[in-house]
Ligand binder design. Sequence first.
Ligand SMILES: [Zn+2]
Length: 257
Amino acid sequence: MLRHMNLGEADRLLTIYTREHGKLRQIAKGVRRPQSKKAGHLDLFARVSILAARGRELDVITQADALDSYPGLRSDLDLVGRAAYAIELVDQFTVDGEANAELYALLIQTLDRLSAGIHRQSVQRHFELRLLDQVGYRPELFRCSRCAVEIRPQDQFFSFEAGGALCPKCGPDETQKRPVSLAALKVLRHYQRSTFDHAAQASIRPAVHNELDRLMEGFFNYLLERRLNSPGFIRRLRQIGRREPSGDANFDFEEKE
Ligand SMILES: [Zn+2]
């Protein structure tokens, strides 16, 4: 489930993401009553098997059975933030009723991995790069997105508008761009062309992940023409210092071929 909104006295309007029909909005009647049988199954994030009846305007959920409620996500606020981020991005990049089985599988995989609690930064990076592939914004990271010259091993720029790396010559003229360090660019390339298991083996400095957190947030905000809510939520959590963001390791990143 992606999000919900209270409706009337006891109902809820749910936005769910499904394998067969993409994003849908359905009504869960009476779900806010304490004795509701469906209530326990319709938590945010949960993967649920749903039966629905066609309603006049919106379908009405008649039965709901939780398949996975991701218990690992419940007790760790940092993981909650990352799961909320994945869900917000899927919600924002999809339109109602358009199925995308691969994106569905990516979201489920991501929630599974986050719930397991390991390699959380890697899970997020992998999700971001695959999501961009799925929604048609795969960034160009090997050639300059303006002049097509091969990107050399040095600090570069990243253009939101051109959707990829910019060489140091084209970078300064671009308005919607950010500087990107060589280390961060290498990480993006590594995740773009690696399976998750392979990508997660790389040791990446927390500073590089922090740089990429900001770069990706800027890119998504640009693509969606709005500010995402979840990155601010994650930042506030870190400021509160409830938990240390877990860097996967403290070594310099080395690209593995
Ligand atoms: Zn260029």
